[in-house]
Design a protein around this ligand. Structure first.
Ligand SMILES: [Zn+2]
Length: 403
């Protein structure tokens, strides 16, 4: 049997069972009611019957944008209704005077990890103006912080692709340089040519074997036709399980019949939907999609940046917000909200060794709750956060050894 580095005793699982969790080489090697004999054990950590949840998975964040660790920057509203172009312009003005990206990204990573985040998918701006600078800095940050959190990067064309000449080449360079996914942005609404935009995005994915995660704010029938086109291309290219549509607001804006038809196509193609149930916007009907077999997951998206001032990176709070806005009340629904920031998000990110199971990475968070439902509604703190079986955050702060 694998040597046990740490035996975590008196761990409460999501279903209320009390067990011991044996960890060796950063992985879970046994889960069983105590006491058991494990031969040699490096050390014992008594969890005092606190709840143990798998480390949470941040399905959508922007590590290059936030102003955590920087001065407060008041939100500037758009001048004539929401406009992505105007928001990007405001953002570039704010970022020009912001603290160095490495400092801001570190502050946000530490905040997220302190709440129990073990994995992240970060979109990172790539455009003709910033080139690959954001990508290079966030790629460096993920190496610096890799003992606390695992980060995957989406090369994100925040300024468009066709309307921002040079961006297609830069996206391809970012993917060659280690971005795991290629992004997209409102192929019709922003770039005015859905087919041209998707040709580039799917072309890069096909040439380099990477995943796709497209920001889609386009609403109504236009948005639905783009969602169905993305599903069609995903199925045709056999990319099921590797493609995400983030936001997909259109799914919250059309008739139930149309959502059901589109949900069927998404499930059949293996396209996941990311929603963070933002603010006052209509957003996809989570349970309907889930019941149709679509992988629906969540993430915090923008956190205290020029897009909106809210957030502290706590994925339990995000699960609560999604559940609250979706009208989730039953135990089954509350558990579904947690799935969106844990197992579902892990599946979307392609994390295979995930969860509180033997053989998985020993990434978990320990907190005072009786079960997962109470964790979602109460978001209790403080939390102890473990990555690869090692304590990395305690009482809301990153441990010095993990910093
Ligand atoms: Zn985003």
């Amino acid at each position: 049997m694998t040597a046990i580095d740490t035996l975590f005793q008196n761990a409460r699982l999501a279903d209320g069972r009390i067990v011991d969790i044996a960890v060796g080489g950063g992985k879970i090697v046994a889960i069983a009611p105590g006491p058991q004999s494990y031969g040699s054990v490096g050390k014992i950590d008594d969890l005092g019957r606190r709840l143990v949840l798998p480390g949470m998975v941040e399905g959508h964040i922007h590590l290059d944008k936030c102003f955590i660790g920087d001065d407060w920057k008041p939100h500037r509203p758009c001048t004539a209704g929401f406009s992505v172009r105007e928001r990007v312009k405001f953002e570039k003005e704010y970022l020009a005077t912001a603290k160095p990206m490495a400092e801001r990204a570190a502050a946000l990573i530490d905040l997220c990890v302190s709440h129990g985040t073990s994995w992240m998918r970060s979109h990172v701006d790539v455009d003709a103006q910033v080139g690959l600078r954001h990508f290079e800095q966030i790629a460096a940050a993920r190496e610096v912080h890799r003992d606390k959190v695992s980060v995957q990067i989406v090369a994100f064309p925040q300024s468009g692709i066709l309307t921002s000449p040079g961006t297609a080449d830069l996206l391809e360079q970012a993917v060659r340089g280690g971005a795991e996914l290629v992004g997209g942005l409102d192929p019709a609404g922003h770039d005015g040519d859905a087919a041209g935009h998707l040709d580039i995005v799917f072309g890069i994915a096909e040439r380099h074997g990477v995943g796709i995660d497209i920001h889609l704010h386009d609403g109504g029938l236009q948005g639905i036709s783009e969602i169905e086109e993305i599903a069609r291309r995903t199925k045709a290219m056999g990319l099921g399980g590797k493609v995400t549509i983030s936001h997909a607001y259109a799914l919250g804006e059309v008739s139930r019949d149309m959502v059901e038809r589109t949900a069927h196509r998404l499930a059949e193609a293996g396209v996941a939907i990311l929603t963070n149930a933002p603010g006052a916007r209509l957003f996809p009907p989570v349970l309907l999609l889930r019941e149709a077999g679509v992988n629906v997951f969540s993430g915090n998206d923008n956190i205290r940046d020029s897009w909106w001032p809210y957030g502290d990176g706590d994925l339990l709070e995000r699960a609560m917000l999604v559940g609250y806005r979706s009208g989730f009340n039953t135990d089954e629904q509350l558990a579904a909200a947690f799935d969106m920031v844990s197992a579902n998000a892990a599946r979307a990110l392609g994390v295979t060794d995930y969860g509180l199971t033997v053989g998985a990475e020993a990434d978990f968070v320990v907190l005072d709750a009786r079960h997962v439902q109470e964790a979602v509604v109460a978001r209790p703190k403080p939390r102890d956060v473990y990555k690869h079986g090692r304590l990395v955050a305690h009482g809301g702060a990153i441990l010095a050894a993990a910093a």
